[in-house]
Design a protein around this ligand. Structure first.
Ligand code: MLC
Ligand code: AMP
Length: 503
């Protein structure tokens, strides 16, 4: 079943995925600097407010510095830094020059970073932490290493807004459904179409002010929060970390209207004694992981906010959203966004999607691309779900082996591969176990040769894996349950033990 997506539009609105033929993201963003150069746009605690005009001017200077270094359209630039105005300026400068940004989680250790450097072959890396810049130097000596301030000599202002709609804007590493992390290529036209759909669906306007505590190295913070802000000529207050107090204070201090978060953030906000202050916001959006219906109800009771849940992916940007004006249904991710086709396919009921925001392939991975798309060009999401008679989409689970902890993705196979190197571990399986705070947490079921405590295991894992991928529980078992083909039956690993075969 395929549902037409008109329900999100206000009367008289029409969705144009090309945004009036904008060639690229930054040409759409820079329009606002011309119409209102003094309007505040980006805030961080160190620099205060940057206006639209300052953003335009400073990103032009920074693009000149990057061009002087020899970077040119199509070159990849790895970007890995905590949120700051400097980071935003560096990011926008890269895009204005037609560079392809490779956003990279700041928690990644040497192994994870080495993979991205090897695969993306960036010409430069913008990294805030000096120790991680040194690591880049060790792993990829030919890559220019820069701080987010792009502290380089100025060059002549180069030609700007160089990208075509088909040029890549982002190369985002994700494991997709299986295997080693692959770079999803997001072109300017994909990101433009998604931002325009959200502008219309969420009634996002220049008057809005977003409290943005999501990291800027994943799609939620970057492709939804930052892009949407710049696309609408709106403003955003950046937070380096998520602290409920700072968010609740920020609502009044900055006259904010919007907050976007992952369910873990809402869990912490719902239990805060001052949660009712959320009621001053025009809209609260949740995504990146399931928002339990119970948490939706708790938030309503504590704050009066009917949180709007939406569904998206790195490869597709935003796909489905509860309506701004209609019923926001707890436990459902809502209706397909403008331009997006959603269908449920096969016995497994996998969600398949097509639309102007959906990417068209992974970086240098023809085999993965052949598997990722159907013959009629729908992308196989690896999520399982259903569509109700009135068009609401509900996600029921995943076909892909993926744990989502606090909105970060953890691929069991990657963790298993590392843990198998531990001298006391004979065999191991990683599963996600339910957690009220994190949604899921990483649990290891291991056949042990010797005694092993969780703390000792985590100490040994160290920087072989980013901390959010570390096991949070370790259960010793005599043997892992396997089927006749030798595949581990993960559904039988629960509550710290091996469950009997069903039936
Ligand atoms: C932090 N820790 C986590 C974790 N985040 N552990 C598991 N899962 C996580 N997500 C660990 C730290 O390493 C530390 O471990 C301990 O938790 C305490 O840290 P904290 O200070 O409490 O954590 P905090 O910094 O508050 O982080 C929690 C969080 C963060 C929810 C703010 O995880 C976060 O920003 N999540 C958002 C992720 C995101 O942006 N996802 C979007 C993906 S895009 P220890 O034990 O070492 O002390 C996508 C597409 C879409 O999915 O649809 O949006
Ligand atoms: P990522 O690969 O980090 O972009 O994560 C994308 C995955 O996050 C999707 O395939 C879903 O499994 C999950 N996801 C995103 N939003 C939601 C949501 N609202 N409810 C359930 N799962 C979600």
């Amino acid at each position: 079943m395929s549902i037409p997506a008109q329900t999100h539009l206000a009367p008289g609105e029409r969705f144009d995925p090309t945004v009036g033929g904008a060639p690229n993201l930054t040409s759409a963003w820079m329009r606002h600097a011309r119409t209102g150069p003094d309007v505040p746009q980006i805030h961080d605690p160190k620099q205060g407010w940057l206006s639209r005009g300052e953003l335009a001017q400073r990103t032009a200077i920074r693009a000149g510095r990057l061009a002087r270094l020899g970077l040119a359209r199509g070159d990849r630039v790895l970007v890995s830094a905590e949120s700051s105005s400097e980071l935003v300026l560096a990011y926008v400068a890269c895009l204005r020059l037609g560079l392809v940004v490779v956003p990279t989680n700041t928690a990644y250790g040497p192994r994870e970073l080495a993979h991205v450097l090897r695969d993306a072959e960036p010409a430069a890396a913008i990294v805030d932490d000096p120790a991680r810049r040194a690591l880049v130097a060790e792993l990829a000596p030919a890559v220019y290493r820069l701080t987010p301030a792009l502290d380089l000599p100025d060059g002549p202002t180069p030609a700007l807004e160089l990208a075509t709609p088909d040029d890549a804007a982002l190369l985002c590493y994700t494991s997709g459904t299986t295997g080693a992390p692959k770079g999803a290529v997001l072109r300017h036209r994909h990101a433009l179409a998604s931002a325009e759909a959200l502008r219309l669906a969420w009634r996002w306007s220049a008057a809005d002010r977003l409290l943005l505590a999501l990291p800027l190295f994943h799609m939620h913070g970057l492709g939804v929060g930052l892009h949407g802000t710049l696309h609408c000529g709106a403003s955003a207050v950046l937070f380096e970390a998520f602290r409920p107090d700072a968010i609740l204070d920020g609502i009044g201090n900055h006259a904010a209207t919007l907050f976007f978060g992952v369910p873990t953030m809402y869990h912490r906000l719902a239990t805060h004694p001052e949660a009712r202050r959320l009621s001053a916001l025009r809209l609260c959006v949740s995504g990146s992981a399931p928002l339990p219906a119970s948490l939706h109800a708790e938030l309503l009771a504590a704050s009066g906010q009917v949180v709007l849940e939406r569904y998206g992916m790195t490869e597709t940007l935003m796909l489905v959203s509860n309506p701004y004006a209609g019923e926001r249904r707890a436990g459902s991710v809502g209706l397909p966004l403008p331009g997006v086709e959603v269908r449920v396919a096969g016995e497994r009921r996998e969600i398949e999607v097509r639309g102007p925001n959906v990417f068209d392939g992974y970086w240098r991975r023809p085999e993965a691309n052949a598997e990722a798309f159907t013959p009629d060009c729908f992308f196989r999401t690896g999520d399982l779900g259903r569509i109700d008679a009135d068009g609401y989409v509900t996600l029921d689970g995943r076909a892909k082996e993926l744990i989502i902890s606090g909105g970060f993705n953890v691929y069991p196979r990657e963790v298993e591969d590392v843990l198998r190197g531990h001298p006391a571990i004979e065999d191991v399986a990683i599963v996600g176990e339910p957690s009220p705070e994190w949604g899921e947490r990483v649990a290891a079921y291991a056949v042990l040769k010797d005694g092993l405590e969780l703390a000792a295991l985590r100490g040994w894992v160290g920087d072989r894996l980013a901390p959010f991928k570390h096991p949070r529980a370790l259960y010793g078992v005599e043997a892992l349950p396997r089927n006749a083909l030798g595949k581990v039956q993960k559904h039988r690993l629960a509550a710290g033990r091996v469950l009997p075969e069903p039936g």
